[in-house]
Design a binder for this molecule. Sequence first.
Ligand SMILES: Cc1cc2nc3c(=O)[nH]c(=O)nc-3n(C[C@H](O)[C@H](O)[C@H](O)COP(=O)(O)OP(=O)(O)OC[C@H]3O[C@@H](n4cnc5c(N)ncnc54)[C@H](O)[C@@H]3O)c2cc1C
Length: 386
Amino acid sequence: METGNHCYDYIVVGLGTAGSATCLELARRRVSVLGIDAHRPPHRLGSHHGASRSIRRAYLEGSAYVPMAMRSWQLWRKLEKDATIDLLVTTGNLTIGPPYSPAVAGFLASARKYQIEHEQLTARQVMERFPCFTMPEDFVAGLEVEAGIIFPETAITTILTQAHQSGATLHFNEQVESWQETAGGVIVQTTQGRYEAGRVLVSAGAWTGKLLGLAEPLLRPHRVVVHWLEEPDARFHLGRLPVSFWQIPVGNDAQTNDPYREFYILPTIPPDSRLKVAFHNGLEPCDPDVLRRDVLTGEDDAIRDVLGYFCPELQHHPIRSEVCLYIMTPDTHFYLGKRPGSKNVFGVALAGHGFKFAPVLGEILADLLTDTPPRFDLTLFSPARF
Ligand SMILES: Cc1cc2nc3c(=O)[nH]c(=O)nc-3n(C[C@H](O)[C@H](O)[C@H](O)COP(=O)(O)OP(=O)(O)OC[C@H]3O[C@@H](n4cnc5c(N)ncnc54)[C@H](O)[C@@H]3O)c2cc1C
């Protein structure tokens, strides 16, 4: 490594979901770590804002995630204990669609394989239990009983506080502009200075592809419009309504380029009185540096149409909408590991479903950075797969 710059064993670029947890885990391993963020997380400019994130262990995106999801659940509970704070509340999770849909089939396959407590419900049973929902007779649902919601802003504040207390150096409101590999490590240039480290993790959310210098469209940012429905009644509250994920067959839909449209509903969290609804696919690719953060009139039309079918009493409720960001991979699986062509630069991208894994990602990424043998099979997430 060159001399004259501030030197660390590791630099973590971006202190949101993955970056904060990795800093904490590295600091606990007694290595020197500098975490740098362009803002002060939690904030509303990346991918982690919006009061709630669903957490479940039966994983419709693939059984490979289940052992990680189980470990993550344990680590969230441990973090709650360490910090004496509530971060995770159970409310159940429903996966809804036709029996042949990848979501329902994936949910049931992973729940059975890992013996996760669940119920298989007919459309009629769902509508009896949750009368606010309307479903075609040929739809079914998988209910994971012990699933719920994490509070993302509180979670990130807690993780960053613990990282600081464990010895991580954290720089906020400092933007990383570039990095350069040297014979022995990496030099990182920011708006405020130059730092050196043996290894660097780029965990910059929607900016990760740009900062890693990857060819488009490998890691592709998408604009997500999140809709908040004002003042639904108590039947929609946390504890009474599960999180629901819906996969609706639409033929070859021109907008999604996908045979299914996916959306989710998250219950209200009193004293807040807003229900959260958003599409999970068919999203607009974007450049996060010139992102349209305002939401135009008419951008809630499609979600109102969907509610009209599946939760009709909410179709005409007042809606306020805001913008969040996904960074998508071509196969919708995570991107975790060494940047192809680099010796000491690593990246992480979470494809719109990573918050629930934050603590286990901290462990996984710290293992990768410190050449510790991985405790999970990470083949599905290897950057080399593209
Ligand atoms: C609307 C919405 C709903 C979601 N729902 C769920 C859910 O229910 N369950 C679930 O598990 N996941 C969910 N997700 C996905 C999950 O929130 C994301 O996968 C996760 O937050 C991404 O984490 P990240 O660390 O990659 O990015 P972030 O948490 O956004 O962190 C990236 C950080 O990098 C910083 N940064 C960027 N550029 C630079 C730079 N040049 N220099 C320094 N710092 C920089 C940013 O300021 C930011 O703080 C949802 C996402 C959205 C948008």
